[in-house]
Design a protein around this ligand. Structure first.
Ligand code: FMN
Length: 154
């Protein structure tokens, strides 16, 4: 579904970079405030987040995609979101979107609340769309088409 979105967005003339966060080494935020009090915008933890934060700062749109684990976003994506604390609000980002897959229906409430409060409202960006696929819908032709069209509409 992410690839279908990317294909549509590229066909609409956008440059898309997909970052698979699961295989990366991104530890949880320590809340030490090094990034606020010692070196502004720089995290004291030297791991793969050093590569992701510059990509976020260079982007005008971020699309978050995750399976639902225990009614919320994956721990790997959560860690990435928490570690944006170092850069705080990325000034170039104007729009965001959220793509989620799950085993069951009606399981998206906590993830959508987190996305809205910690990303859309905190960053002050436009929510361009929220997409879900549960059970057999996951990776289906219908959902891939929906995501392709979304990318193409941007
Ligand atoms: C650790 C774990 C927790 C899960 N928790 C939920 C859940 O709370 N609700 C749900 O509907 N599905 C849950 N699932 C199922 C996944 O959300 C589902 O298989 C998802 O479609 C996988 O997406 P993917 O094929 O993109 O990896 C869970 C799966 C795993 C492995």
């Amino acid at each position: 579904m992410v690839n279908a979105f990317a294909r549509g967005a590229e066909e609409a003339g956008h440059e898309v970079k997909i970052i698979h966060v699961t295989p990366l080494n991104v530890r949880g935020c320590l809340g030490c405030d090094y990034c606020r009090n010692v070196e502004k915008g720089i995290c004291c933890q030297k791991d793969d987040m050093q590569k992701i934060n510059p990509e976020i700062l260079a982007s005008d749109m971020i699309v978050f995609a995750s399976p639902i684990y225990y009614f919320t976003l994956s721990a790997q994506l959560q860690a990435v979101i928490h570690r944006t604390y170092a850069i705080d609000i990325p000034e170039n980002v104007r729009k965001t979107a959220l793509i989620m897959s799950s085993g069951s229906q009606f399981v998206y409430g906590p993830a959508i609340t987190q996305y809205y409060q910690s990303i859309v409202e905190y960053w002050g960006v436009e929510n361009a769309g929220i997409f879900t696929a549960n059970g057999k819908q996951n990776k289906s032709e219908e959902k891939r088409e929906e995501l392709y069209r979304f990318g193409k509409s941007l």
